[in-house]
Ligand binder design. Structure first.
Ligand SMILES: [Zn+2]
Length: 168
């Protein structure tokens, strides 16, 4: 997708996540939107650095880059939420655009995309971006609701159950 659609997606995701995390509607909601929205927007700009450095849709459009940004806050205590912008950028390129991304780069050069999506310069690109943004926020809402209601409490138990099998 083009930069404009990535920026629009990131701003709306940031605002939406802020509202989901703090739905009170007051000043603290605006603060949450800024706190999450700004790093998400910065993250969404990172992958397309490979339009000027490296190979586009490869160098900064892959899983190692995402893992790096997920791990960074744990290692250094900053850059929280930037990874969300990376994820939404990947999703928009994979689901919204005809061309995919090389998720397994540098291992594999192949670009993977879903058989849906429109060309980045298409008139429908904005509409597709808004639809994907809505789906992302619906998913975020479900995850946050699930976290509050203990849906995922069985996951650590499942990992514990698998551990002896793998000899860990
Ligand atoms: Zn991209």
């Amino acid at each position: 997708m083009n930069k404009r659609d990535h920026v629009m997606n990131a701003i709306l995701v940031g605002i939406g996540l802020g509202a989901l995390v703090d739905p009170s509607g007051g000043e603290s909601t605006a603060q949450a939107m800024l706190m999450i929205g700004v790093p998400v927007l910065l993250g969404a700009l990172v992958p397309d650095i490979d339009t000027v450095m490296g190979d586009h849709r490869k160098t900064f459009h892959n899983l190692p880059v995402l893992v790096g940004f997920v791990a960074f806050p744990h290692a250094f205590g900053n850059l929280q939420y930037v990874w969300i912008g990376i994820v939404t950028h990947y999703v928009l390129d994979v689901a919204g655009n005809t061309r995919g991304i090389a998720v397994f780069y540098p291992l594999l050069n192949r670009e993977y995309g879903l058989p849906i999506g429109v060309p980045a310069n298409s008139h429908a690109a904005d509409v597709v971006t808004l639809l994907i943004t809505g789906a992302e926020l619906a998913l975020a809402m479900a995850i946050l609701y699930g976290l509050e209601n203990g849906w995922f409490q069985t996951i650590p138990t499942a990992i514990d159950a698998v551990r002896p099998v793998l000899g860990l």
